[in-house]
Design a protein around this ligand. Structure first.
Ligand code: DGY
Length: 335
């Protein structure tokens, strides 16, 4: 019996490609060529599965052209590149990589919060530019982190990780807003209090965004929301580009309507809103919140595990549309 055929759409760890090759006939993109949509479709037409990195759109047009496709396994927790309804209608399973990146991403959220509040990159640029000639009492005086109010919008696993770091490590008062309220046990564990979205905006000294990107969360933070924040507040986005209106944020930072921002994700990334590159009071990083070697390796292996399990007729580990798997007797029955 011939092996299922899979496409790995971006460069990933060679050891994961080697592992996948024990189970599948693998076409891997280890030269990391950025394929157009048409090229991606061409390569996917004869494949049973794909391992993607969250930047390739899996939409109705692609699904219609790739009738053999049964699973797309994202090596990311966020899956806004999936048209889940279209995938479900086409009987294509989607999987993601939750849990394995939670703590690493929460660490980075905190790193960005601290760098923004304490003006780490702004002061480093000053030093590197040879501008540091003497000490001054107000040089790069920033915002307090310990004892301040940490606001979290989106209280999933990563939000809870950030809450625990803030509450237990830095003695912060933690408030959050989420579609659904946490259980009393989880609220106690995170030492977090549920507030309305308006209260969150008005009371947070540091507001961290950790919600998924959906049509409803598009521009969830724009000029109106920024206007409700304290002028001393900072805004941290480690969720997804598009949740913040980056042009409105750049203007607000320029006018010092809030004190600063830390951004790991951008609307239309890897392009960055030009205004953001002009303002000093923003820390900018290239979507690296989950980027430690250990965690990225875990993500790649989990993405591979999902492909191997499903295409060998077993339950996928972390499906995003599990109904597809329930309705599918498995590859053994099909091939
Ligand atoms: C994720 O896993 O969703 C991270 O943002 C990396 O893309």
């Amino acid at each position: 019996m011939s092996k299922p055929r899979i496409l790995v759409t971006r460069k990933i760890f060679p050891e994961v490609i080697a592992r996948l090759s024990q189970h599948f006939d693998v076409e891997a993109n280890q030269d990391d060529v950025l394929w157009s949509d048409a090229e991606l479709i061409e390569r996917l037409r004869d494949k049973d599965g794909a391992l993607t990195t969250g930047t390739q759109a899996i939409n109705a047009a692609l699904l219609a052209a790739c009738a053999k496709l049964r699973i797309v396994s994202n090596m990311t927790v966020g899956y806004n590149n999936f048209d889940v309804a279209a995938m479900t209608a086409a009987g294509v399973l989607g999987t993601n990589t939750p849990d394995v990146l939670t703590e690493t991403t929460a660490d980075f959220g905190f790193a960005l919060l601290m760098a923004t509040a304490r003006r780490v990159t702004e002061s480093e640029h000053y030093l590197r530019a040879g501008k540091w000639t003497r000490w001054s009492y107000d040089m790069f005086a920033g915002a307090e982190v310990h004892g301040s109010t940490l606001g979290i919008l989106g209280m999933g696993r990563i939000g809870q990780g950030i809450a625990k770091r803030g509450a237990h490590g830095f003695g912060m008062k933690v408030i959050y807003h989420n579609r659904s309220r946490l259980t009393p046990e989880l609220e106690a564990e995170c030492k977090a209090s549920y507030v309305s979205r308006d209260e969150l905006l008005a009371e947070a000294d540091h507001l961290v965004l950790v919600l998924p990107y959906t049509p409803e969360s598009h521009h969830a933070i724009g000029s109106a929301e920024i206007a409700r924040m304290k002028p001393t507040a900072t805004l941290i986005n480690i969720a997804r580009g598009g949740i913040v209106d980056d042009a409105a944020l750049a203007e607000a930072l320029m006018d010092r309507r809030i004190a600063g921002a830390g951004l790991d994700v951008f609307e239309g990334e890897p392009k960055v809103q030009p205004g953001l590159l002009q303002v000093p009071n923003v820390v900018l990083t290239p979507h690296i919140a989950s980027a430690t070697v250990k965690t990225r390796l875990k993500m790649a292996h989990l993405a591979a595990d999902n492909l191997i399990a499903y295409l060998e007729g077993r339950e996928p580990i972390t499906p995003v549309n599990p109904a597809v798997a329930r309705n599918d007797p498995g590859s053994a029955a099909r091939s």
